[in-house]
Write a protein that binds this ligand. Sequence first.
Ligand code: NAD
Length: 350
Amino acid sequence: MKMKLGIIGYGGMGYWHGEYAPRAGVEVVAAYDVDPKRLEMAKDNGISAYDSLEDFYKHDGMNFVVIATPNDVHKTLTIKSLHAGMHVMVEKPATMSVADWDEMVAESEKTGQILTVHQNRRWDKDYNVMRKVIEEGNIGKIQSIESRVFGTGGAFFGWRSFPEYGGGMILDWGVHLFDQLLDMFPNTKVTSVYAKLMTVLDQKVDDYFKVTLTLENGPLLHVEVGTYAFYKLPRWYVIGNDGTLQIDDFDCQTGGYTKPRYTDNPVAEVVVMTSAGPTRMMAPRPPETKEDFPLPKVETDWTELYQNLVGVMEGKEELLIKPHQVRRVLELIEVIFKSANEARSLEVSI
Ligand code: NAD
């Protein structure tokens, strides 16, 4: 029998869950929202719509809920849902502080209901291709990883413009990008954090940020998000001691990795003139001294996230998105805000 899903907050992302969760084999049965227009839309899409949370929880046979509301109410709605006997998958960011998350986890343990977070971007193709190239040792020891998303949308809409609702880019794209990198290095401590948060369009929340993380005996990680940057930079740029990787975009259509090819011609013999002087180190590399490789093919299937939750509900699997991983990301985010506020690098062990 299919697991039955209820959606709390049938906005942009709630609609997405309504449309796409069935691909993972679950049945979307009910939606609750505070906006009557969104409830009309749910009804038009064949989903029972509720304007009362209590009535929503009574929907016949509902096993679990997805919470896709603004970030400030994730905690309260999660705890209410756990106490109403629901398993919960809350949207990212799970909540806005480590203390809140600890409370949510404690309530999940107390009620015996499952609690997980929709960190769907662990299934992004670009992320998995990047990991494959690195983890297969193709470009040697990794010195630096740049993870970046740039868009041009600029101004935010609705609750995303306000700090009190959990707006801004650290709590939006940042959560995905930090989750990806921490998932890649589960046992390597972050030892320092430097964060610069800005508002390019004079908003109340960060619409641009750049964060640098040092890993213990690991690469330097750079995470950058810009919402008003009109030229694209690569989604991933990775420097190893035996090559360089570039992935241009989410779809991995362009990019590749390049490795040195050792020849008798010393590369440093080449000198180029720039307008005001010569350079040897920054000269273009002679083609015969390097070799280009295409990006590997990787198939990813985000429905695994839902299928895993169903497997856990059936007692057959362990959660993929685990509470301690969510906590680590929130801990990092707290330090990022502190670093930005104090305009200095902070020594940590995360
Ligand atoms: P949205 O503004 O489009 O939708 C939010 C909905 O929640 C609205 O319909 C609103 O009426 C409703 N709502 C507000 N307060 C409520 C309450 N107290 N109870 C019930 N409903 C309430 O926002 P969105 O873009 O859908 O974002 C929602 C959540 O999804 C956020 O946490 C966001 O970070 C997350 N999100 C995740 C992804 C992803 O890829 N994982 C993508 C986009 C958004």
